[in-house]
Design a protein around this ligand. Structure first.
Ligand SMILES: Nc1ncnc2c1ncn2[C@@H]1O[C@H](COP(=O)(O)OP(=O)(O)OP(=O)(O)O)[C@@H](O)[C@H]1O
Ligand SMILES: [Mg+2]
Length: 253
């Protein structure tokens, strides 16, 4: 589904990604871990097509199509979903209206009519129940005055509504209390299917007890320096990143 070859990217002429290779197949869950500033959010942003990042080498294929020249919205229409480490506030636009617009834009891009109001309501009801989201929450202004946990839950709600092919969750667990973490993880697990894939970026093994990854990758200094199964996350939790840094530094000397 997603194939990244030798990806190099920079922002404001500063090189950040330095040769990423990654293949994510349909039905898989990949976790990306790594120290602060290693390039995890940058990788997510580059896949999603955020404009401030410049791809200087390599390519990103989505279903064998090079998506380099596609704008972020076009990628979203093709089923790429990125949750934000720091979600934006949109005063005056309710959670529900934001979702309606997002869904209908995607349908429009596929040449479909707007979703009939009744069907939309049904979908909103179904997905908000799945994620145990309160009705009152749906009429609030997007992210305005939301607590950290509410913002995260809202992102997962957006994901549930849009049913993306490839979902990238950037630190969706940070700031969630234990119950919210479980609800969000359950939501992700229920949305998982053999046709879609998830990339979870996280600092903590804890989330991966709930969303069990097929592969864990460690990003360090703009490269994936180690990949393994879910046991790698346990090893990192236990040992930290120093041993990885040492291994890498030894390789480079
Ligand atoms: N828009 C930007 N302008 C300038 N520097 C940037 C920008 N985006 C990222 N960087 C730099 O790129 C490097 C990687 O940042 P990135 O956010 O990808 O790290 P991260 O692995 O997600 O870290 P964290 O675990 O703290 O979220 C950092 O040194 C950061 O300062
Ligand atoms: Mg980050």
């Amino acid at each position: 589904m997603l194939k990244i070859n030798n990806l190099h990217a920079s922002v404001e002429d500063k090189s950040i990604l330095k040769g990423i290779n990654l293949e994510v197949k349909a039905g898989e869950v990949h976790a990306i871990m790594g120290p602060n500033g290693s390039g995890k959010s940058t990788l997510a942003s580059v896949i999603a097509g955020k404009e401030e990042y410049e791809v200087t080498d390599g390519n990103i294929l989505l279903d064998n199509e090079d998506i380099e020249d596609l704008a972020a919205e076009e990628r979203a229409h093709k089923g790429v979903f990125l949750s934000f480490q720091y979600p934006v506030e949109i005063p005056g636009v309710s959670v529900t209206n934001f979702m309606k617009t997002a869904i209908n834009q995607t349908r429009k891009a596929k040449g479909l009519e707007d979703m009939p109001a009744k069907e939309m309501l049904q979908l909103i009801r179904e997905k908000s129940e799945l994620l145990e989201i309160d009705r009152k929450f749906l009429s609030r202004s997007l992210n305005e005055g939301f607590s950290g946990g509410e913002k995260k839950r809202n992102e997962i709600f957006q994901m549930a509504m849009l049913e993306p092919k490839l979902a990238i969750l950037d630190e969706t667990d940070s700031g969630l209390d234990i119950d919210a973490l479980r609800i969000v993880a359950n939501g992700v697990n229920k949305l998982k299917s053999k046709d879609n894939a998830v990339i979870v970026i996280t600092h903590y093994q804890r989330l991966l007890d709930y969303i069990v990854p097929d592969f864990v990758h460690v990003l360090y200094n703009g490269k994936i320096v180690k990949s393994g199964g879910k046991e790698l996350a346990h090893e990192l939790e236990e040992k930290g990143y120093d041993w990885i840094k040492e291994e890498e530094d030894a390789k480079n000397n």
